[in-house]
Design a protein around this ligand. Structure first.
Ligand code: 5GP
Length: 138
């Protein structure tokens, strides 16, 4: 399969404003930021969606993501931010290489969210939670 644009950025074939790199993770500024400081945190492993990512790469992201968030907050002065992680075209994923958006909230700029909550039915919720727990396993 052809390299994604993010693999090419990680390899240095396409320039980026890099903010962090270790053996498993690469982070850089989004080319079309929703707000100043909008950063993409990307595992070097080229999984298309989060469910396909290895435990090792997931752990590496988890280890560094809060540190990157702290730096973005400190250097942009933002006191709030969103983490966005899209999986699948229907969920607005455009680049099919796992990535976490760190999006500072500066007044009106940042991530806008359309949140339309539904009611959780108690019996259906219990059944679904049981099935999910069994599917997740240990
Ligand atoms: P998605 O919709 O897949 O979650 O978001 C992909 C993000 O990658 C977008 O916010 C887009 O601006 C960013 N992006 C796409 N191509 C490039 C690029 O070549 N360089 C950088 N720095 N960001 C990119």
């Amino acid at each position: 399969m052809a390299d994604t644009i993010f693999t090419r950025i990680i390899k240095g074939e396409i320039p980026s404003h890099k903010v962090y790199e270790d053996a498993h993770v690469f982070a850089f500024l989004d080319i079309a930021p929703l707000s100043p400081g909008h950063t993409l945190v990307v595992p070097k492993e080229p999984a298309a969606t989060l469910d396909a990512l290895s435990d090792e790469a997931s752990a590496a992201i988890g280890r560094v993501l809060p540190r990157i968030c702290r730096a973005v907050m400190k250097e942009t002065g933002a006191t709030a931010y969103n983490i966005l992680q899209n999986n699948g075209a229907e969920a607005h994923q455009a680049v099919f290489h796992v990535h976490f958006h760190v999006i500072p909230k500066h007044g009106a700029s940042g991530l806008g969210i359309g949140w339309k909550p539904q009611r959780l039915d108690a019996a259906a919720g219990r059944d679904l939670a049981d099935r999910l727990a069994a599917a997740i396993g240990s």
